[in-house]
Design a protein around this ligand. Structure first.
Ligand code: NDP
Ligand code: GDR
Length: 323
């Protein structure tokens, strides 16, 4: 019989790519969608991938335990992927409590729903390199101490430790993927890579004349979302649940990423870039650099897409969107 997966956050970047991958493997895919007044907009990523008709949607919210229990009862999933979150770090200073309720306690709600309605399901928690924040080691691995630098990072850390505790207390097959930044043409426009590729496309087409950014000295370990959802799936195929860092092992500044994007269309950033102090954060994560050795050895996973290939793919997709 075909396995069944339940994905929270299916309308987000990772949810869309994960659903596409699982459908390709023959899974029945259920996706949790929260009610919005903008009917038909929420599934734009699934429509981009042409899979919106292949997913079964269930109405729930991460802050509403009973709605999540009903989802698990309906789907009877073999695998549950908790990807839903208030995921934008900058917004987490404006909405710290909401971020805690959704990104932190919301993950516990999903685990409770699984424990109550389908305790044998394998569970994946979308943990984040933001938990390392003010880094305590040059290369961050599964044993590196955490030091979150935002309400988002703190909320993710609560969810991460709850995942470890559900595994150790209740024997649940609960795994946590500590994923470093990953991007794609389906990345939300508020995140820096997509903000840049969207602006470069519009500048190239003569529809925009400047790009405003904050701290371009920040460095990130950027990979492609399509590669990273494979690691999520591999974690749930293991006999034993565990935690894994998923990263490329290369860190690049925002400044250099901007160079790649402009260079792809033959333009120079200096002619368009404006540094806006309003876009600096109350506390910054200056640099992240992951060590994915464990994921490589235990899961046989490795990234396939370089930063250069990904940024060019994103610029090209944004040129198509704006043409
Ligand atoms: P997105 O922001 O693209 O997607 C977030 C998803 O969560 C959307 O489907 C959104 O629904 C849903 N959601 C938000 N609030 C609720 C709620 N209250 N109830 C139900 N659903 C809700 O994130 P990504 O796809 O980029 O990331 C997936 C997960 O991985 C997130 O948990 C993120 O924090 C984490 N992560 C991401 C990394 C990255 O670099 N992308 C790195 C490390 C971790 P809607 O469409 O209605 O807004
Ligand atoms: P991040 O991603 O905070 O790392 O979280 P984001 O792309 O928002 O920021 C990366 C870095 O770029 C700097 N920056 C800007 N960022 C944005 N968004 N807009 C700007 O104009 C800008 N200028 C400079 C930021 O200061 C930061 O240093 C992402 C999210 O997907 C999280 O959900 C996930 O957990 C982590 O990655 C890993």
């Amino acid at each position: 019989m075909a396995p069944t997966a339940l994905i929270t956050g299916i309308t987000g970047q990772d949810g869309a790519y994960l659903a596409q991958m699982l459908l390709g493997k023959g899974y029945n895919v259920y996706g949790v969608v929260r009610r919005s007044s903008h009917f038909g907009i929420a599934d734009h990523r699934l429509r981009w991938l042409k899979i919106e008709k292949d997913v079964k949607f269930l109405d729930a919210n991460l802050t509403d335990l009973s709605s999540l229990i009903r989802c698990v009862e309906t789907a009877k999933p073999d695998e549950v992927y908790n990807l839903a979150a208030q995921s934008f770090v900058a917004s987490s200073w404006q909405q710290p409590i909401l971020t805690g309720n959704v990104t932190g306690v919301g993950a516990a709600n999903v685990m409770e729903a699984v424990r109550i309605a389908q305790p044998t399901a394998h569970f994946y928690q979308a943990s984040s390199s933001e938990m390392f924040g003010l880094i305590q080691e040059a290369h961050q691995n599964e044993r590196t101490p955490f030091y979150p630098r935002s309400p988002y990072g703190a909320a993710k850390l609560y969810a991460h430790w709850m995942t470890v505790n559900y595994r150790e207390s209740f024997g649940m097959h609960a795994s946590s993927g500590i994923l470093f930044n990953h991007e794609s043409p389906l990345r939300g426009i508020e995140f820096v890579t997509r903000k840049v590729t969207d602006a470069v496309a519009r500048i190239k087409l003569g529809k925009l004349n400047e790009l405003r950014l904050g701290n371009i000295d920040a460095k990130r370990d950027w990979g492609h979302a399509r590669d990273y959802v494979e690691a999520m799936w591999l974690m749930l195929q293991q006999e034993k649940p565990d935690d894994y860092v998923v990263a490329t092992g290369r860190t690049v500044s925002v400044r250099d990423m901007v160079e790649i994007a402009f260079g792809h269309v033959g333009l120079k950033p200096a002619d368009y870039l404006v540094i806006d102090p309003e876009l600096f954060r109350p506390a910054e994560v200056d640099i992240l650099l992951g060590d994915p050795t464990k994921a490589k050895q235990a899961l046989g996973w490795q990234p396939k897409t370089t930063l250069e290939e990904m940024i060019c793919e994103m610029v090209d997709a944004d040129i198509v969107r704006h043409s």
